[in-house]
Design a protein around this ligand. Sequence first.
Ligand SMILES: NC(=O)c1ccc[n+]([C@@H]2O[C@H](COP(=O)([O-])OP(=O)(O)OC[C@H]3O[C@@H](n4cnc5c(N)ncnc54)[C@H](OP(=O)(O)O)[C@@H]3O)[C@@H](O)[C@H]2O)c1
Length: 303
Amino acid sequence: MSDDFDVVTGAFSYSGAVIARELQAAGRRVRTLTGHPGRAPAGTAIEVRPLDFANPAGLAESLRGARTLVNTYWVRFAHGRVSLESAVAQSRVLFQAAAEAGVHRVVHVSITHPDADSPYPYFRGKAAVEQALADLGLPHTVLRPAILFGGNGVLINNMAWLLRHLPVFAVGGTGEYRIRPIHVDDLAWLCVQAADATGTEVIDAVGPERPAFGDLVRFIKDAVGSRSQVINVPGSLIPPAARLLGLALRDTLLTAEEFEAMAGGLADTDGPATGDTSLTQWITDHKGTLGRTYANELTRHFR
Ligand SMILES: NC(=O)c1ccc[n+]([C@@H]2O[C@H](COP(=O)([O-])OP(=O)(O)OC[C@H]3O[C@@H](n4cnc5c(N)ncnc54)[C@H](OP(=O)(O)O)[C@@H]3O)[C@@H](O)[C@H]2O)c1
């Protein structure tokens, strides 16, 4: 292979799958680094290599000759032996392997409002990873989504699932905090553009709509025909309620940090939209299937 191929992490998981598909549609050959090679669909044209951080030389070998590394690797929350600190360290290993392999460019998926001084480990960790990438000196694009929807995404789907199954849906605090989701296809399109770009850039990957959270809950409720009662409760009740529900669902539904960051406005931005897909139109178009099946994060990534 010459540098007519790109490497994408997680091509059999969520955003990585869509990014790989869009790169292929743009005529690129794709190799993936993944911890789940067994999830490769039969007959896939994607070349599969292990995302094995314990083997930096092997990672560099898998990256050698690639034009671009598109990096989606991250962990949503600490669980068992996996921590956000280890995710930062492993991201550094991956970037260093890319530099050593002579990869020309890195496209890195981050988060809105990463901040080295954030009270939240997720946002601090994301800032540390962005810094590690900047320190590497390779041309790169950082794409910062707030929340993804579409495909087999978790958050909006599980809101719909809860609304379909529970008599009450609790919105923490006023529910007036806004969120700015982007469709996963739009993020993938930005990745394809970024893989072709030159120089270094940082872009918020955000859609055209930024509904208040409470309004979004009510919109989904109406769309899926839920009879659930939407109530406002003090924000401090959301993390313990999510923990209890998580126990019943054998999942981590929503961490305290995720709730507090969202309620604190970190899933919103002021800038222009970089994705076109309307969240509310998408919900309307998918109201028949949205939330029919629960998407379990622990099953996807920790079991
Ligand atoms: N999903 C969202 O709503 C959202 C919102 C804002 C920002 N982002 C950012 O977008 C990027 C991609 O997110 P995504 O939701 O599309 O992620 P994903 O596809 O579920 O996972 C992305 C990559 O991380 C690896 N990974 C995830 N959890 C892991 C764990 N516990 N242990 C080891 N490896 C793990 C996956 O490994 P495998 O290949 O083995 O599956 C995959 O390579 C991340 O940087 C995330 O922070 C996502």
